[in-house]
Design a protein around this ligand. Sequence first.
Ligand code: HEC
Length: 143
Amino acid sequence: MQKIVLATALVISATFGVMARADVENPAVMARMDAMKTIGGSLKTLGDMAKGAVAFDAAAANAALDAVEQKAAAVPALFEAQETDPESEAKPEIWTNWEDFVAKSKALEMAAAGATITDQASIGAAMGALGGTCKACHSDYRM
Ligand code: HEC
């Protein structure tokens, strides 16, 4: 059980930005983890811009939002089959509460679609909107 505190946008990027699993055997599990990693990487890009570690770039920031939207849209298809792997952190409740899981992935997709970043100051609000949906799903469906 992971305790993830999403107090600020910066914590979000620090929490999700750098995780890698090399020893996953099931390619279907790898594929869904890769989608999550892309989502996490996009949040890290935004977090780096928010804190000024990377220069603000509106096109890159909105491309990160687009990537999140696209991967979120793919989440139901990537998780639909109940695939397992010793490395997986997916809880079995995903498949017993499937409609809720899909609704939570839709919430992320909609948050990313609805967010627009115009300047560095607007990154935090966008990340907050996205981050709430990560937490809502992870707290129920990720170990
Ligand atoms: C609809 C549910 C859902 C949403 C929304 C969601 N996640 Fe996930 N995420 C999962 C599940 C389930 C796993 C575990 C998958 C596994 O290990 O098989 C996971 C795993 C991850 C991982 C680890 C990937 C790996 O390599 O093991 C990262 C990073 C991640 N999510 C980031 C995010 C971020 C950032 C957001 C929000 C912007 C987000 N997720 C939104 C369900 C979700």
